[in-house]
Structure formats: structure tokens, C-alpha cells
Design a protein around this ligand. Structure first.
Ligand code: DHB
Length: 389
């Protein structure tokens, strides 16, 4: 078969791209090695920037993000014994929306079915070839065992942090930027009412904790842990003791309930440049990973494909020779701003294993500067709610 854009990876980035392309009258085929059920059952972050919400609604994916999500007009930064509210509405006139990535995925997958998009889940033996020709191909074996070759004009690698497309860039033509962290997050879901109206980002001597939410009866929480932590070593009691002590230091008490999911989340910063090689472009986690503090990953992936859809339309409809490079340039500006924001939130709030007393006092000094300065709080609010594109 042939199509205009072949998309490797049908997570939020790939599916949003397919949706936007279809609205511009551009055909695509999207594939994913995971089944739809596997993707739906992987817990990811839960905060959407205001432009991510707008994109979902204005492009006609779904208005469920408004109906089933929760608007948050600020967050609590907790340190030094107390919480300090960052008032997004008051500072920058913006809000975020608590709406889990799995729901974004469900809405996007439903929209592809509704609009008759070509998406194949659960495929295997994926490869791409002929990238520097004007007829690059994507090959795969579908869930029924039938082998396919799709010839396209452009290939998009939106195949996540374990991207195969990323490795198709010749080593001499690519650079990879890495930052590892000596900690990870222990993430749980629990059956309890919310402990706070807004998210709590809590700095403490025992390390960072984040109190987030899902619904009136299901909550999402995280605490900083060793990257090699084994979830089997953590009983419900031990988890609650750790979380309570970290937020208790700042005056909060959590409502407890049965813990229904526990996972250790990887933690790193990564960018591969450039984002284009011949007629292959990368988008979302395939191109960059951010640590989870600040929930930028999904938002960045959506921002990538919004720009990519625009530039693909110029490339395919007007033959603009600079369109793919223009995508790479425009996307990378936001990527590096988000890299800095995620790194900054991470390093300001987490405790390094070998932290000195100086390091900890300096962090509290930084947090104090942020909450006691309108300029400082505004800087955080702008980054958190999302910079304009
Ligand atoms: C969530 C995750 C984050 O990384 C974050 O900064 C805020 C919220 C979440 O899963 O709800």
C-alpha cells in the first residue's frame, strides 16, 4: 500500500498527528507494537497544559477533557514546614487540567475509529527503510500475521522512549544529549478521596513527594526513591508511612486507602538532534524524554505534532522545501525550554543521595525566592501552564 505519511508509534503523539493530518486532507497509516489494551492500561502523567486542552477540544478529538477532567488554577509548593500556593490564574491567567494521559489516548484512539483512520495495534517486526529517498517505506507484520510494506512520502517516528526510528539516524549525523539522575519515583494509585484540592509538590528531608489525583475516589501519588527500588519490598503500611512523613513535615495529612498499583518510574533527560534525517522525522518521546516533575512529557509530544502537522501540510501541499527542517527547529526550541523547566523543578525539589546541609538549605532558599517573588512565581506558572506556541 501507499500513503502520504507513515507513522511508527500510535501513542498520543502518533494518533494526534494522524488526526490533525486527516483534518488537513492528508492520508496516514499508523502502527504500534503494543495492543490498544496495553497502552490503555499503562499509567502515565495526568496534567495537561491549557494549550493541550485547547488542541484536543478545538481539533474535534473530544470534549471529554472538560467533562471528565478537573481544572486546576494553581499548585501547592510545600517546603520548610508549610505549603505555599502558586496561583496560576492570578499570575498568568491560565489553568491546567487534571486529565490522565490514558484518557487522552482513549479519546484519540476513539477519534481514529470514528473518523475511519488507518491504525494497526499489536503489530510486530517493525522496520523503516529508504529514508533518504522520496519513497521511504515502513514494514510490519500485523496482528493476524500478514506482512505489510507501506510506501509513504514522509515517515514519522513517534515510537516512544524505546524508539527504533531514532536509531535509523546515522551516528555521524546525530547527537544525543543525556542527563541521568540518582533517583526515581515510586508511583501509586490508591482508593481514597482527594487529600487536597490541588497538587502538592513537597520538598522534605526524606526526599520529594507529589500528591496528585485522578477522581473523587482514586488518587495518584509519588515519592522519590532509589532507581533500584523493588516494589515488592513496599507494603501499603510502609508506603503510607513514607508519604505521610514527607508531606507531614510541611503540615499536610493524607487520606489513606487501599493501594491498587505501584511502579518505579524511570527518570532521565534526553534529546536527540536533529529531529530530521531525509524523509524521517521524530516526535514526542522518541526524540526527547523529560523527568516527570512538572508533567511536561505528554504536553511536549502534543506540541511537537501540532507544529509537525502544520509543516507536513506545507511540505506535502505546497512543496515547501524547508518545511521538515522548520519543524525540527521550531520543535527544538520548546523541547529545550521544557528540558530546562523539568530539570529545574526536579533539582529544586529532590534530595540528592549525597546532599550536604548546604545543598538542602540552598534549595529552601531557592523555593523561598520563588514563592515570595511575583517574578519568581510567574516564571514557574508560565512554564507549568505552558508557554504559548
Ligand atoms: C502527575 C504527574 C506529574 O509528573 C506531575 O508533575 C503532576 C501530576 C500525575 O500523574 O498526576
Amino acid at each position: 500500500t501507499t500513503t502520504e505519511v507513515a507513522i511508527v508509534g500510535a501513542g498520543p503523539a502518533g494518533l494526534m498527528l494522524a488526526h490533525l493530518l486527516q483534518r488537513a486532507g492528508i492520508d496516514s497509516v499508523a502502527i504500534d507494537i503494543r495492543t490498544r489494551e496495553e497502552i490503555e492500561n499503562t499509567h502515565r502523567a495526568g496534567i495537561l497544559e491549557q494549550d493541550s486542552v485547547r488542541l484536543l477540544v478545538d481539533s474535534g478529538v473530544s470534549d471529554r477533557v472538560h467533562r471528565d477532567g478537573y481544572r486546576h488554577d494553581g499548585i501547592e509548593l510545600a517546603f520548610g514546614g508549610a505549603g505555599h500556593r502558586i496561583d496560576f490564574q492570578g499570575l498568568v491567567g491560565a489553568s491546567t487540567q487534571l486529565y490522565p494521559q490514558t484518557d487522552v489516548f482513549i479519546d484519540l484512539a476513539d477519534a481514529r475509529v470514528r473518523d475511519g483512520g488507518d491504525v494497526r495495534f499489536g503489530v510486530r517486526d517493525v522496520s523503516v527503510a529508504d529514508l533518504t529517498t522520496d519513497r521511504p517505506v515502513m514494514r510490519f507484520t500485523d496482528a493476524e500475521g500478514v506482512a505489510h510494506e507501506v510506501a509513504a512520502k514522509v515517515l514519522v517516528g513517534s515510537d516512544g522512549s524505546r524508539s527504533i526510528c531514532r536509531h535509523e539516524f546515522p551516528e555521524a549525523l546525530r547527537r544525543q544529549f543525556f542527563r541521568e539522575y540518582p533517583f526515581a519515583w515510586f508511583g501509586i494509585l490508591c482508593e481514597a478521596p482527594p487529600s487536597s484540592e490541588e497538587l502538592i509538590y513537597s520538598h522534605s528531608d526524606r526526599g520529594f513527594a507529589l500528591i496528585s489525583q485522578r477522581t473523587e475516589s482514586l488518587q495518584r501519588m509519588y515519592f522519590q526513591c532509589d532507581p533500584r527500588e523493588d516494589v515488592a519490598d513496599w507494603s501499603d503500611d510502609r508506603i503510607w508511612e513514607e508519604l505521610q512523613s514527607r508531606v507531614g513535615a510541611n503540615g499536610y495529612v493524607l487520606k489513606e486507602g487501599a493501594i491498587t498499583s505501584r511502579t518505579v518510574l524511570p527518570f532521565r533527560s534526553f534529546v536527540q538532534e536533529p529531529l530530521r534525517h531525509g524523509n524521517l522525522v521524530l516526535a514526542g518521546d522518541a526524540a526527547h524524554t523529560v523527568p516527570p516533575t512538572g508533567a511536561k512529557g505528554l504536553n511536549l509530544a502534543l506540541a511537537d505534532v501540532r507544529v509537525l502537522a502544520e509543516e507536513l501540510e506545507r511540505h506535502l501541499r505546497s512543496g515547501a522545501a524547508d518545511a521538515l527542517d522548520s519543524y525540527a527547529e521550531r520543535a527544538l526550541q520548546r523541547v529545550w525550554r521544557a528540558q530546562h523547566f523539568s530539570y529545574w523543578m526536579t533539582t529544586m525539589l529532590h534530595r540528592l543521595p549525597d546532599a550536604s546541609d548546604f545543598d538542602v538549605r540552598r534549595q529552601v532558599g531557592e523555593l523561598t525566592s520563588i514563592v515570595s517573588s511575583t517574578a519568581g512565581s510567574t516564571y514557574l506558572a508560565e512554564g507549568y501552564t505552558g508557554w504559548p506556541s
